[in-house]
Design a protein around this ligand. Structure first.
Ligand code: UDP
Ligand code: MG
Length: 333
């Protein structure tokens, strides 16, 4: 077990258009962690409202507030990764900045960490202020995820997690582009523990996740942990071919009995059915090929526009940690 004296706690949160919430978030974190050595790493994910100014203001009055400004909106999971890359603590918490994840719970998570847990995840026992649609789709997503993958993900856990430094280093060594962080923190293993909590409604503002965004996120989650959809296409292929083999003797017998009618609709039906299955299968392959293409391009996960209160980093943000991590390969031949 690694040393469990808290030298520095990093609290990491992504911020995208949270102007109305960010000051309250800062105040609640400070109140909850009063007396502990902590840093608050906030990642501005290309906000277009007053969040940027509010963040600058906080950083100017409190050196514990460290800011990473991304060059544009990169999305929740990538912004969170940028924050984790910049965290220096020996224990790290990630949570949303909209106060749906209560910062007060961090104290309880730390107790588990001190007792030797490497990954402490918060489990929502109650979800306040979420639509019926969101809850139902979430339930379905987790069922399908369970069926298709072998990652044991708790159904009611989100990204609100505390990690020990060694678990975080393991997580950060995974540089894939399609990131499903909550699955990745389970995949790394080590000792895991759950803490129940009540998920509040958003403090202000509204969700940044539209239905298409949620769908994309679910596809990313499944494809990054399972090949089973590809195997399903193969399985369907075998089943349909099996049907065709059964159909051959039936057609022959009908022909011999002279009761065979040249059926237009049956031909039509099978053409449509087969065409549909083939297109779906190509689509599934396409989902994977697209992701392989994303990986092969090897672009940085995100670009930083500026940093605040990182003494070792230039404030113009021209040093980018992601590129610094990737070793440069010698040319072939
Ligand atoms: N967020 C972000 N980039 C985005 C969308 C969201 O950094 O493109 C942040 C947002 O500011 C919040 C967290 O991610 O702190 C969760 O977003 P949201 O509350 O909209 O998601 P929900 O709770 O509805 O799933
Ligand atoms: Mg939220």
């Amino acid at each position: 077990m690694s040393d469990r004296t808290l030298r520095m706690l990093s609290v990491v949160a992504p911020v995208y258009n949270e102007e109305a919430t960010i000051r309250e978030f800062y105040a609640r974190v400070c109140a909850a962690l009063d007396g502990m050595p902590f840093e608050l790493v906030l990642v501005d994910d290309g906000s277009r409202d007053g969040s940027t100014a509010a963040l600058e203001e906080l950083a100017a009055q409190d050196p514990r507030v460290r800011l990473v400004f991304l060059s544009r909106n990169f999305g929740h999971q990538t912004a969170l990764t940028a924050g984790l890359d910049h965290a220096s603590g020996n224990a790290i918490v990630m949570l949303d900045a909209d106060l749906q994840d209560p910062p007060e719970l961090i104290v309880k998570m730390l107790d588990h960490w001190r007792a030797g847990c490497d990954v402490v995840y918060a489990v929502r026992e109650h979800r306040e202020g979420e639509s019926w649609f969101k809850l139902a789709t979430a339930r379905w997503f987790y069922r399908i995820f369970d069926w298709l993958t072998s990652v044991q993900l708790h159904h009611n856990s989100g990204d609100f997690r505390l990690l020990d430094r060694r678990a975080l280093d393991a997580l950060l060594s995974m540089r894939e582009r399609n990131r499903f962080l909550r699955g990745m923190t389970v995949w790394v293993g080590f000792t895991q523990a759950a803490v129940p909590y009540r998920r509040d409604a958003r403090y202000a503002g509204e969700t940044k996740f539209s239905v298409p965004k949620m769908l994309r996120f679910s596809l990313d989650a499944i494809s990054s942990f399972s090949h089973r959809p590809l195997q399903l296409a193969t399985l369907l292929g075998f089943m349909i071919s099996g049907l065709a083999f059964i159909a051959i003797p039936v057609v022959l017998v009908l022909k011999l009995l002279d009761s065979y009618l040249p059926g237009f609709s049956s031909v039509e039906l099978s053409v449509l059915l087969l065409g549909g299955i083939q297109l779906i299968s190509i689509g599934i392959i396409g989902e994977y090929v697209g992701r392989i293409y994303d990986e092969v391009k090897g672009r940085p996960l995100y670009l930083v526009r500026a940093h605040r209160n990182f003494p070792e980093l230039d404030d113009d943000g021209d040093r980018e940690p992601e590129t610094a991590r990737v070793p440069i390969e010698p040319p072939l031949g």
